[in-house]
Design a protein around this ligand. Structure first.
Ligand SMILES: Nc1ncnc2c1ncn2[C@@H]1O[C@H](COP(=O)(O)OP(=O)(O)OP(=O)(O)O)[C@@H](O)[C@H]1O
Ligand SMILES: O=P(O)(O)OC[C@H]1O[C@H](OP(=O)(O)OP(=O)(O)O)[C@H](O)[C@@H]1O
Ligand SMILES: O=C(O)c1cccnc1
Length: 430
């Protein structure tokens, strides 16, 4: 087992690359990338960094030169032969050859496109422009680099013993959470914490702790590199970028209203079983379900990613029931800023009524809250989103207005077209 504290202490004198592999990313990126590569290879997109925690002055905390070194390093990465063999030969969700040869050939040649970085006051403007399948692969490593550099800036001033005790405390906290989760019968939980993790090695430690502590209840990790190295399941669904970009490309209000379903029709052709998971909240869950075509009720499950999670799950259950579907045959995946108390509550309320699972992100892989002065290692809400497609702005409404994005006028148009009702704001922690 790596002694993380000693390693942090000893690695301060040369570039210690944060992201070392194109597989150090979420599995759903690869699933989406294959679909985008087939259906929208030439669509031009811009992805942008958004620091939703504006009180965190990223540009003061992270050195620009160091940031560039890490981003440049990521641009040198290529899929290795062993990684390619794993992707081509491994079974994902029980299916062989999940990734088609045309996609694999393209992926083997991929290098990430250039980035644009500029300091604006205390924040960084970081954007990525180019073809959608290439640009989308920046999101996860860019976030992981920024989060870890911000952490390293704090760790760099700490002594050997301070570091030992810091990690001992973080380990104790993580293990206590796992002990709590162990008491939940029939739990199914995966690691979704790559993008805002404390560090790669810390995420890897958390994954191994979940493996030992939870056994079968730990269903796997969204991180492909860790899944490969630890020989566990790679877990993934799909993300908001698909409906956001499809919607931005729509030529009329009627096409806009259809866009979220068009996404899933394309997905339907590629995947079955546990990969048919609906993400309904991009432009408001209620409106999405109200207008959903009948064939969608046959899908396996729904991912609840914003708003009040219990309300979201109740709504999904009612929707299935009203279409003659048995919710006990369906799956609800909760994935929004989870921590153990909420997981236990949702598990108690929904287990038995539907199949429940959890995608646990930042508060698994980066719960360093309260461990150093000024809470300088606490995670915060850093995201990287598709901001435009073929020159047109994207919009996200979400079930939480605090997560909405896009130009005001476009937000108003989307609300009208989708018939999205007013929503209650929820605080965004991560
Ligand atoms: N950011 C990272 N991404 C992927 N793998 C990593 C990362 N950091 C460390 N590892 C892996 O974790 C293991 C332990 O790290 P260790 O400190 O021994 O190696 P290293 O950082 O690669 O090498 P060195 O200590 O010589 O700089 C190694 O197998 C290393 O490849
Ligand atoms: O436990 P968590 O840290 O929430 O990790 C998982 C989250 O990460 C992703 O979204 P992201 O935060 O990138 O964007 P969003 O919050 O706007 O959905 C995903 O949709 C989950 O919400
Ligand atoms: O596959 C997913 O749905 C996923 C993975 C990581 C983070 N958020 C969501």
């Amino acid at each position: 087992m790596v002694d993380i504290a000693t390693r942090v202490y000893n690695h301060r004198w040369k570039l210690d690359p944060i992201v070392r592999s194109l597989l150090d990313t979420d599995f759903y990126k690869l699933l989406m990338c294959q679909s985008v590569h087939r259906n929208h290879p030439a669509t031009q997109v811009t992805f942008s960094l958004i620091n939703r925690s504006s009180h965190v002055p990223l540009a003061r905390l992270v050195d620009e030169g160091e940031l560039r070194e890490h981003l440049d390093h990521i641009r040198t990465l290529r899929l290795s032969r062993g990684e390619s063999t794993w992707l081509r030969g491994n079974t994902f969700y029980g299916k062989r050859q999940m990734f088609r040869p045309e996609f694999m050939e393209w992926f083997e040649g991929l290098r990430l496109p250039p980035y644009h970085l500029e300091r604006r006051g205390d924040q960084y403007e970081l954007t990525f422009d180019g073809a959608w399948p290439e640009v989308m692969m920046w999101e996860i490593p860019a976030l992981a680099v920024l989060m870890e550099l911000r952490g390293r800036a704090v760790l760099g001033d700490m002594g050997r013993f301070e570091l030992q005790v810091l990690y001992a405390r973080a380990m104790t906290r993580a293990w206590e959470k796992i002990e709590r989760l162990r008491t939940l019968p029939g739990l199914a939980i995966a690691d979704f914490g790559t993008r805002r993790r404390h560090s790669f090695l810390w995420q890897d430690w958390c994954v191994q702790a979940m493996m030992e502590g939870l056994g079968e209840a730990f269903t796997g990790t969204s991180n492909c590199l860790i899944a490969m190295r630890r020989d566990i399941e790679a877990i993934g669904t799909n993300a908001h970028e698909l409906p956001m970009v499809y919607a931005a490309l729509a030529e009329s209000d009627a096409a806009l209203a259809e866009a979220p379903y068009r996404v899933l029709a394309d997905w339907h052709e590629e995947h079955d079983g546990n990969l048919r998971i609906i993400l309904p909240d991009t432009f408001g869950t209620q409106a999405f379900l109200r207008h959903a075509p009948d064939w969608l009720t046959g899908w396996t499950g729904i991912r609840i990613d914003s708003g009040d999670p219990a309300e979201g799950a109740e709504r999904a259950i009612r929707w299935w029931q009203s279409h003659g579907e048995d919710p006990r045959q369906k799956r609800v995946i909760f994935s929004d800023g989870l921590d153990v108390a909420v997981i236990a509550e949702l598990h108690a309320r929904f287990a038995g009524r539907t199949n429940v699972s959890f995608g646990w992100g930042t508060l698994l892989t980066n719960d360093f809250r309260g461990l150093v002065p000024h809470d300088a290692l606490a995670p915060f809400s850093l995201v990287c989103k598709a901001a435009s497609a073929n020159g047109r702005p994207t919009v996200k409404l979400s079930d939480n207005p605090n997560k909405a994005m896009g130009p005001e006028a476009e937000i108003a148009r989307y609300r009208r077209v989708f018939g999205t009702a007013a929503q209650a704001p929820h605080p965004v922690v991560v």
